[in-house]
Ligand binder design. Structure first.
Ligand code: ATP
Ligand code: MG
Length: 180
């Protein structure tokens, strides 16, 4: 079989986001960041991170999103935040910053847009999409972008939703506080 560097890449990193962060992004995750990445890789579906400001939550989420996008296919990652400022100025900005840390041949596979990062070769099948957190936005991604109405049921059976929540628990009301 011909030598294929992408198969090697996926074999190496598909189940090991910590190694992906160290070797592909060239940064050393803190212990708690490693714990988060390992929990994601093990298939944990509900993870919350409660912390103070500036410790690296957006960073870790960005690492997880890039690892997932680059080691799976098809792959549809949706990311949200309570306000569009938090989503675009903080989280998505951090994500784009980490795209620039990827080796150039991998960056060249990606199309970085204002609200999406797509695999150039398959923009509708492999992407990270930023959505403000309105329920109908999720409906749209579930039903239209994924497979279309006709095989909605098949798709629902196949897909496992995973939710990761991180934040500063600085209010005693609302959904974030109830989770923590
Ligand atoms: N393991 C790490 N090694 C080096 N730098 C890191 C690491 N983790 C995070 N950083 C850097 O720390 C800074 C803060 O990270 P980040 O913005 O992800 O924190 P945050 O917890 O999301 O902050 P906020 O509470 O303001 O949302 C960023 O400049 C980021 O690149
Ligand atoms: Mg943040």
């Amino acid at each position: 079989m011909a030598h294929n560097p992408f198969i090697q890449f996926i074999t190496l990193y598909r189940n090991d986001p910590v190694l992906f962060v160290k070797e592909v992004l060239g940064v050393e995750p803190d212990d708690w960041q490693q714990d988060f990445l390992t929990a994601v890789a093990s298939g944990e579906r509900k993870i919350s991170i409660r912390s103070g400001h500036g410790v690296g939550k957006s960073t870790t989420a960005s690492w997880a999103m890039l690892w997932f996008l680059l080691t799976r296919y098809p792959v549809k990652v949706v990311v949200t935040a309570p306000t569009s400022a938090q989503l675009y100025d903080a989280l998505f900005a951090e994500l784009k910053r980490w795209v620039k840390e990827l080796p150039q041949p991998i960056q060249d596979l990606l199309d970085v847009k204002q609200e999406r990062i797509e695999l150039k070769a398959s923009a509708t099948e492999a992407f990270i999409s930023a959505r403000t957190s309105r329920a109908e936005q999720y409906g749209r991604i579930s039903y239209e972008e994924s497979v279309g109405e006709e095989d909605r049921r098949a798709w629902r059976d196949r897909v496992r939703y995973r939710t990761y929540l991180s934040g500063n628990d600085n209010r005693t009301l609302g959904r974030v506080h109830r989770v923590f």
